[in-house]
Ligand binder design. Structure first.
Ligand SMILES: Cc1cc2nc3c(=O)[nH]c(=O)nc-3n(C[C@H](O)[C@H](O)[C@H](O)COP(=O)(O)O)c2cc1C
Length: 74
């Protein structure tokens, strides 16, 4: 019934994100954890490259560790 732009999230991959949009169930997909662990997430999805595994021990912690130190693709 909602007629505005619908952004969905929680647990999406590139594949499932594209599918939910193609199916017409959402307009945009937001990524949280995958973007945190992969600063180059868009490029990795585009290339179907492997993703860095997130380190949940660094979630909700102060300081830069776990926020700005994940590697990009070589
Ligand atoms: C470390 C961390 C911090 C977050 N901080 C917030 C926040 O401040 N506000 C918020 O609405 N969601 C916050 N979230 C939730 C994300 O925005 C997102 O809803 C959630 O990670 C689910 O999407 P995902 O499966 O793509 O990660 C946070 C998630 C993580 C992992």
């Amino acid at each position: 019934m909602y007629k505005g732009t619908l952004i969905i999230n929680k647990g999406f991959t590139g594949e499932t994100g594209n599918k939910v949009i193609a199916d017409g169930d959402a307009d945009l997909v937001a990524f949280g954890v995958p973007f945190l662990a992969n600063p180059d997430l868009v490029e990795r999805i585009r290339k179907h490259a492997a993703l860095n595994a997130p380190d949940m021990a660094t979630f909700y912690t102060p300081g830069p560790k776990g926020y700005v130190d994940y590697p990009t693709l070589a």
